[in-house]
Ligand binder design. Structure first.
Ligand SMILES: Nc1nc2c(ncn2[C@@H]2O[C@H](COP(=O)(O)OP(=O)(O)OP(=O)(O)O)[C@@H](O)[C@H]2O)c(=O)[nH]1
Length: 223
């Protein structure tokens, strides 16, 4: 039998073998947005997740909106998270509202050392209900949990507010990385569950998952 150098040999009458199609590097994609007042740590939160690094030093406020992709594997499925980092400043709100509509998940951050960032969470939730999809996944995060000496918002207050709105809650630190990856993994698991939901399949409860997995800061129960 003759053959072309480099071509795979075939049996009579059969089509030559083709190389397998390029498999995409993910099975599912989801759009996640980071929201919350300016300075709560959204950009640092994203960089900690994406690169495992913390940006300390001068605070440079985000202008408009930016995004990064990261693929995470949950239960054998590769989920590409497209994560949008929004500007917390009021003057950029009209820009960011336009992006809410396509988001499957929203991480809403406040700063445990900044009372007004916590007080503004209700206003953020009102905006979310106005502009986002009805079934968007929302998670409330009390960031900067590493700064225990300047804490003004108790963990219980975050928990109570989250319970009132029926959303999962945890305290995080973009500086130490506490619960950062967990927040995104929980979102990825929820998106995977929603995409593949079949009759009879055990349901995934994101709030229960977060409660069972989250780390708690070892201080501050006195507040
Ligand atoms: N100690 C501590 N500092 C943090 C943490 N997260 C962010 N910071 C600091 O808080 C400041 C603001 O962080 P950014 O991530 O830029 O805040 P942002 O929410 O993106 O702000 P905007 O872009 O204006 O919306 C920076 O000086 C960070 O170094 C954290 O978890 N712990």
């Amino acid at each position: 039998m003759t053959g072309t150098p480099g071509a795979s040999s075939t049996r009579d009458g059969e089509a030559p073998e083709r190389p397998p199609p390029c498999s995409p590097s993910y099975d599912l994609t989801g759009k996640v947005m980071l929201l919350g007042d300016s300075g709560v740590g959204k950009t640092c939160f994203l960089i900690q997740f994406k690169d495992g690094a913390f940006l300390s030093g001068t605070f440079i406020a985000t202008v408009g909106i930016d995004f990064r992709n990261k693929v995470v594997t949950v239960d054998g499925m590769r989920v590409k998270l497209q994560i949008w980092d929004t500007a917390g400043q009021e003057r950029f709100r009209s820009v960011t509202h336009a992006y809410y509509r396509d988001a499957q998940a929203l991480l809403l951050l406040y700063d445990i050392t900044n009372k007004s960032s916590f007080d503004n969470i209700r206003a953020w939730l009102t905006e979310i209900h106005e502009y986002a999809q009805q079934d968007v996944v929302i998670m409330l995060l009390g960031n900067k949990a590493d700064v225990s000496s300047e804490r003004v918002i108790r963990s219980e207050d975050g928990e109570t507010l989250a319970r009132e709105y029926g959303v999962p809650f945890m305290e995080t630190s973009a500086k130490t990385g506490m619960n950062v990856e967990l927040a995104f993994l929980a979102i990825a698991k929820e998106l995977k569950y929603r995409a593949g939901r079949q009759a009879g399949e055990a349901s995934f409860q994101i709030r229960d998952y977060v409660e069972s997995q989250k780390k708690r800061p070892s201080c501050c129960s006195f507040l």
